[in-house]
Design a binder for this molecule. Structure first.
Ligand SMILES: Cc1cc2nc3c(=O)[nH]c(=O)nc-3n(C[C@H](O)[C@H](O)[C@H](O)COP(=O)(O)OP(=O)(O)OC[C@H]3O[C@@H](n4cnc5c(N)ncnc54)[C@H](O)[C@@H]3O)c2cc1C
Length: 285
């Protein structure tokens, strides 16, 4: 099917984007890998699109101090090609290879994925686990929202219709951090049924801090605080990993009805994937 008729604006600057969004009936066109699909199915009929693909500087990844700033046109593929250094870059690299397949990763953007807020998307859980911040810019100015407050429900965020998601800021992972990622999906390029992200910092052989995120384990991305607490102060060994896996499944996950699966199976899968992510962090670093 073809999309319903719409107006098209090619923005050349952030001001152009904000001006176009001010009417509240315009949608941002980033990679188009979710929006265009929906327009073709006519599940979305925006009156107008503002295309951000020609805005200079929007594709920038910048490390400033302990933070990495990611702009609105940074494609998934950038995280496969080492755009972000260090352990944070290694974590993003491990995750990105599970997002769709290469042609989609060369077009789709991290911020597009965050704005779209698909419940089974990986980036929302990554930024929630890491405690990132997002900047939104609209006619009313610029504001910052914590990742933990950004995602409200499947496909619903704290972004107002007249706002551009202008930047996400991720904290650099401290020295001594080991990382893991485990995902269950039905076919190679499908969305995750469930996934777990782990970044665990060790000092003197014990866990000094942990960030664990769950994908598709509730109506929004989950920071698995009970699982994190189960690791603190302990060596990253079998008993601690088992306790964290149990806590993630029983306390942090809040699964809802899903096709092809039941709630007990989803909780069991959260436990298995938490254990796999933490074992990977311990053995592969
Ligand atoms: C076959 C297939 C498989 C996929 N598998 C996965 C997967 O496994 N994991 C995964 O995470 N994703 C997956 N995706 C989705 C893909 O990652 C998309 O690229 C992503 O969800 C949206 O990014 P985009 O840049 O293409 O955004 P677009 O499609 O351009 O936009 C999506 C929505 O976000 C809004 N938007 C975009 N950027 C901004 C911004 N800066 N500010 C405000 N609003 C904005 C748009 O207006 C629109 O409403 C898949 C897609 C397909 C087609």
């Amino acid at each position: 099917m073809k999309p319903a008729p719409f107006e098209y604006v090619a923005a050349r600057s952030a001001d152009d984007v904000v001006a176009a969004l001010a009417d509240g009936r315009t949608e941002v066109l980033a990679g188009g890998q979710s929006l265009v699909l929906e327009m073709n199915y006519r599940t979305r009929r925006p009156a107008r699109l503002v295309d951000i693909n020609r805005v200079p500087g929007f594709d920038t990844v910048e490390a400033i101090g302990d933070t990495v700033r990611i702009g609105p046109l940074v494609r998934h593929q950038a995280f496969e090609s080492g755009a972000v250094p260090g352990q944070l870059g290694a974590l993003l690299h491990r995750v990105v290879r599970h997002i769709a397949h290469p042609p989609i990763r060369t077009r789709g953007t991290m911020l597009g994925s965050l704005a779209y807020a698909h419940p089974a998307a990986e980036w929302p859980a990554v930024i929630t686990a890491l405690g990132a911040e997002l900047d939104l810019v609209g006619a009313g100015g610029r504001r910052t929202v914590a990742a933990g407050d950004f995602f409200l429900a499947p496909f619903r965020t704290a972004r107002r219709p007249d706002e551009l998601l202008a930047e996400v800021r991720l904290p650099v992972l401290p020295a001594g951090t080991v990382i893991g990622f485990a995902e269950h999906r039905r076919t190679h390029a499908s969305f995750a049924q469930l996934a777990v992200i782990a970044a665990v910092t060790l000092a003197d052989g014990r866990v000094s801090s942990a960030s664990i995120g769950l994908v598709n384990a509730a109506d929004r991305p989950v920071r698995a605080r009970a699982a994190e607490a189960a690791l603190l102060g302990r060596p990253l060994d079998d008993p601690a990993v088992a306790a964290a896996a149990r806590a993630a499944a029983e306390q942090d996950a809040d699964p809802g009805p899903q096709p092809y699966t039941d709630l007990a199976y989803q909780r069991h899968t959260v436990a298995v994937l938490t254990r796999r992510a933490l074992d990977q962090a311990r053995t592969e670093g």
